[in-house]
Write a protein that binds this ligand. Structure first.
Ligand code: MF3
Ligand code: CO
Ligand code: CO
Length: 315
């Protein structure tokens, strides 16, 4: 495993200051722990918007690895991904101190419906919200609730849209008001880590390359890279093979081929790797209370490399 930048090392940012005096002061990052708020009523979707099969039943236990080469299928996939990207942008515009994560869910829900899409997480197993909102030390799968965002928080918004038979999945982490420099460094590094992983996407190579690249990058900046949650194949199924590890995994031998579609969604922790699941059976949070940041794109393997699909369409 590659070496994690230590507090006495020169900071990764080029300041020539010690990491602990620059972007590595984890104590300065510590905030009051995030506590569960109240989860509001389930939002409805008009009958005219098609639902994925698992709504009202069970998510599939296993799914085949799919390759998309048919132009019609690729067009539908691109559309689902563009819708997810647009919902993310529109939802993020509502972030401000005092806004609750459920108000973000309401904004996202309205955006999906206006664009003719179903929120893939709504009715996915026991999940009952249209996005995930993961605040501060919450790593992933936070449930929107009555907690108002506070100045200095960070929040990841994770959007998955289902339209014309395809899912598109994307997330980003945002500062709320003014965040400290170490927290800003964590957010920027998580974005960079996702792009370092995406750069490793090319046909003929094993998916393992993605995690190797992300882990080395995250550790070189002094962060921990979450090993227990990864990316996933996506398309007609929300969570499909291949599993995309964001850390080195010798079992990740699946070869990337043109037409393969999966997410790259690394989570970087300011502190340690230990995490707990809340009693809601979804929310995953760092036990040391230090923040975690994540970005996610849905990516298509092409003949020459890759294409990021979760981008807002022109026009
Ligand atoms: N969008 C999340 C992902 O990136 C999935 C969350 S599943 C949920 O895979 F049920 F928690 F929403
Ligand atoms: Co997601
Ligand atoms: Co995902």
């Amino acid at each position: 495993m590659s070496r994690r930048l230590r507090s006495g090392d020169p900071c990764w940012c080029g300041s020539e200051a010690k990491h602990k005096r620059c972007h590595g002061d984890h104590r300065a990052l510590r905030r009051e722990p995030v506590r569960p708020g109240e989860v509001g009523p389930v939002r409805t979707v008009p009958d005219g918007i098609a639902r994925p099969d698992y709504v009202g039943g069970e998510p599939p236990h296993s799914a085949p690895l799919q390759i998309f080469t048919d132009p019609e299928e690729l067009r539908a996939l691109r559309r689902a991904c563009a819708v997810a990207a647009r919902v993310l942008v529109e939802t993020a515009a509502h972030i401000a101190p005092g806004v609750t994560t459920d108000e973000l869910d309401a904004a996202a829900h309205a955006a999906y419906l206006r664009l003719g899409a179903y929120p893939s997480t709504l009715g996915y197993g026991t999940y009952r919200k249209s996005i995930c909102t993961s605040v501060n030390e919450v790593i992933c799968h936070g449930i929107p609730d009555s907690r108002p965002l506070r100045d200095g928080d960070i929040v990841n918004i994770d959007v998955t849209a289902y339209i014309d038979g395809f899912h598109g999945d994307t997330s980003a982490t945002f500062p709320v008001g003014a965040v400290g420099e170490p927290t800003a460094g964590l957010i920027h590094s998580a974005l960079d880590a996702m792009h370092v992983g995406i750069e490793a996407v090319r046909p003929g190579r094993p998916v393992r390359d993605i995690g190797v690249a992300i882990e080395a990058f995250g550790r070189s900046r002094g962060y921990g890279v979450v090993a227990d949650y990864g990316g996933h194949g996506i398309g007609r199924v929300f969570h499909a093979p291949p599993h995309i590890s964001h850390v080195e995994d010798h079992r990740a031998t699946t070869l990337m081929v043109p037409g393969m579609v999966f997410t790259v969604e690394p989570m970087l922790n300011a502190g340690g790797p230990d995490h707990d699941e809340w009693d809601d059976d979804w929310t995953i949070a760092c036990v040391d209370g230090l923040p975690s940041a994540q970005f996610e794109h849905t990516v298509l393997v092409t003949e020459t490399g890759h294409e990021i699909l979760t981008v807002v369409a022109a026009g």
